[in-house]
Design a protein around this ligand. Structure first.
Ligand SMILES: NC(=O)c1cnc(OC2CCCC2)nc1N
Length: 330
């Protein structure tokens, strides 16, 4: 093994920064800055330098996303803050009833809502210590999840290192399989005589619960972050500010969220996306409405399993019976 010179160390660090930046442009912002060939060229240089100087390898190096070993199973891990499930609203009357309950519990106060698309994937929790990804887990039963860190590290939209070294941060998001990846995967499975996945949510869940991270890496999963689970130190005071801060840290955040001043604006926004949902490159099964003020969220609290400050608006199930492909590709 040849001696590590300062020049080699500097080159490795420069390659890492450049590759991380291009991963961020491509997988987080959907705005690639270079061609795939140029990207592969950078990766090959870094792989070769790290192979010649393994002592330079760090856990957050872009070459360390796909771990080697196949796991025997998944460790059960406790969530510091339970991952609650959402109550459902199936129409305008349910949404107005939700608004009435919120305002009854916050007498005389102004209430703002944030409305987000409800990504149809798998809820996951990511833990970062000093800006480094240290753990990833499924929601599980809300109290305990499964440790799928090795699999989540392969999702390139998940940063291995944040843009700021926050001491401790746990964030939640929805991992999902884009529609075109879902169709391609099922076509390949049909070719191979394997059972098809019924929908992108099952495909994402199946891909994340693989014992071999190499299989997860091949499934082209992505993610949208939607909440801070636990944060040490001062943080944002509203949910909208939390989403902006997560984006600033380098996370992928869905940009179709809207701050609404009253429930009528919420209802209009839900109607708009009920119309437009097939224009999206990923599956959604509704929208999520949240009280914007984190202080009001705190004071509204939660029932045993659901927050009083949030509700899911679910789209009516598909009327026409059509093949999964038509629905996905409509
Ligand atoms: N699938 C989604 O896109 C989604 C799921 N969950 C939440 O919020 C949590 C926070 C409090 C209970 C639910 N937001 C979302 N956008």
């Amino acid at each position: 093994m040849s001696e590590v010179t300062p020049e080699i160390k500097a080159r490795v660090e420069e390659l890492r920064r450049e590759i991380d930046h291009h991963n961020y442009l491509y997988y987080v912002l959907d705005k690639p800055g270079i061609t795939d060939a140029q990207y592969d060229q950078l990766m090959q240089q870094l792989i070769q330098l790290e192979a010649a100087h393994p002592e330079l390898i760090t856990p957050d190096s872009p070459t360390q996303r796909v771990g080697g070993q196949v796991q025997q199973g998944f460790q059960a891990v406790p969530h510091r803050v339970p991952m609650l499930s959402l109550g459902n609203a199936f129409g305008e009357a349910d949404l107005r009833e939700f608004d009435r309950r919120v305002r009854t519990n916050l007498p005389g106060e102004e209430v703002e809502y944030v409305v987000e698309l409800k990504i149809d994937g798998l809820a996951v929790s990511l833990w970062y210590e000093n800006g480094l990804l240290v753990r990833g887990a499924t929601r599980g039963n809300g109290e305990y999840g499964e440790d799928i860190t090795a699999n989540l590290r392969t999702v390139k939209a998940i940063p291995l290192r944040l843009k700021e070294d926050v001491p401790f941060l746990e964030v939640r998001g929805e991992a999902y399989m884009p529609k075109d990846s879902f169709v391609r995967l099922n076509e390949a499975r049909e070719e191979a005589g394997e059972p098809l996945f019924a929908n992108p949510r099952n495909a994402a869940a199946g891909s994340l619960r693989q014992l071999d991270p190499g299989v997860t890496a091949s499934r082209n999963l992505s993610i949208f972050m939607y909440a801070i689970g636990h944060l040490e130190g001062p943080g944002p005071r509203s949910h909208a500010a939390a989403l902006a801060w997560l984006k600033q840290l380098g996370f992928r955040v869905n940009q179709h969220y809207k701050v609404c001043q009253d429930i009528s604006q919420v209802i209009d926004y839900c109607a708009k996306w009920h119309e437009k949902r097939f224009d999206l490159p990923y599956a959604i099964d509704g929208l999520v409405i949240k009280v914007n003020s984190l202080d009001q969220q705190q004071r509204l609290g939660a029932t045993l399993k659901s927050p009083r400050w949030a509700i899911a608006y679910k789209f009516p199930a598909e009327q026409a019976v059509s093949t999964i492909k038509d629905i996905i590709l409509r």
